[in-house]
Design a protein around this ligand. Structure first.
Ligand SMILES: Cc1cc2nc3c(=O)[nH]c(=O)nc-3n(C[C@H](O)[C@H](O)[C@H](O)COP(=O)(O)OP(=O)(O)OC[C@H]3O[C@@H](n4cnc5c(N)ncnc54)[C@H](O)[C@@H]3O)c2cc1C
Ligand code: FES
Length: 273
């Protein structure tokens, strides 16, 4: 496929809309014919006719459908908010580098996620659980602002029942229903037992959370070469042509959004170059 062709969205139908948490819904769309099966961590460009296009991670793939979990923050996503089952959107992708799951067969996997950052990690979690025998322990650390903001909460609780899978949740602010941990997600790191010689970390969330997570993991003794982060930058083309998402010598859309942390650590402090 030529670059020009890859920039043209394919129309597809919204088959299901799931209310997740306040200000966040999941949109399940039909996978168009010849659309490649997205790998965990990849994203699609979602086009809303007459409004614009936004990069959104794939949050699930079931049969011939692809799910995208969207937080409503601005001009395009606030129009997505009003989409209903049967509506048509444009889709192109899947783009970007996936989580390096196959490279770490036999390893323990530590997932650290904050807020909507759990969405691009969800397909990785599902894949690892599906192929659990190929991996060691799976530890999921997830934090949100309040108990009502915990994404995929019931699903996470079910994962916690799988043998050799630990799920630890935390919230910044508790309510009367919450009996779990209170504090930011990085506060969970000193509390869990991690075999640092056999563990790889996949991290996604706000950049400040990623920075503090990395600091805590280094303190814990995890090798920085075993840390992978998912980054967000404003995007236009999504395929490495326009330079909008540049981070030092890298394009987040093409060389990321999943990066080995050591590769981008020196550019990480800078928002957009
Ligand atoms: C690879 C990738 C995967 C993403 N996956 C998801 C996802 O699964 N779910 C989801 O809800 N969002 C995701 N995002 C973020 C999403 O693309 C933006 O929220 C969206 O583009 C905002 O568009 P808008 O027109 O609604 O907001 P705008 O009106 O353009 O902006 C509203 C506010 O959001 C900020 N903003 C816009 N785009 C970005 C961005 N890319 N990074 C950081 N801040 C931004 C702006 O600075 C502004 O403050 C992802 C972004 C990238 C790059
Ligand atoms: S969005 Fe155009 S180069 Fe990345």
């Amino acid at each position: 496929m030529s670059y020009t062709q890859s920039l043209i969205p394919t129309p597809t139908r919204v088959v299901k809309v799931i209310d997740e948490i306040p200000n966040v819904k999941t949109y399940v769309v039909e996978r168009p014919k010849n659309f490649m099966n997205p790998k965990p961590g990849q994203f699609n460009m979602i086009y809303v006719h007459g409004v614009g296009e936004v990069p959104i991670s794939v949050s699930d793939v079931v049969n011939n459908t692809i799910a995208h979990t969207v937080r409503f923050v601005g001009s395009v996503t606030n129009v997505i908010r009003n989409l209903k089952e049967g509506d048509i959107v444009g889709i192109r992708g899947p783009y970007g580098k996936p989580w390096p799951i196959d490279e770490y067969r036999g390893w323990n996997i530590l997932i650290v996620a904050g807020g909507i950052g759990l969405a691009p990690l969800r397909p990785a979690i599902k894949e690892i659980i599906k192929r659990k025998k190929e991996f060691g322990k799976l530890i999921i650390l997830y934090g949100a602002r309040t108990p009502k903001d915990l994404l995929y909460r019931n699903e996470l609780l079910k994962y916690g029942e799988v043998s050799d899978v630990e799920v630890h949740l935390t919230v910044d602010r508790a309510d009367e229903s919450w009996e779990g941990h209170v504090g930011v997600v990085t506060k969970l790191i000193p509390l869990v037992k991690i075999d640092v010689k056999r563990t790889v970390a996949f991290i996604c969330g706000p950049e400040i959370m990623i920075k503090f997570t990395i600091k805590e993991l280094i303190k814990k003794g995890l090798d920085v070469r075993r840390m992978y982060v998912s980054l967000e930058r404003r995007m236009k083309c999504g395929v490495g042509l326009c330079g909008h998402c540049q981070l030092g010598p890298y394009f987040v859309c093409k060389h990321g959004p999943i990066f080995p942390y050591w590769l981008i650590s020196k550019y990480f402090e800078v928002e957009e170059l």
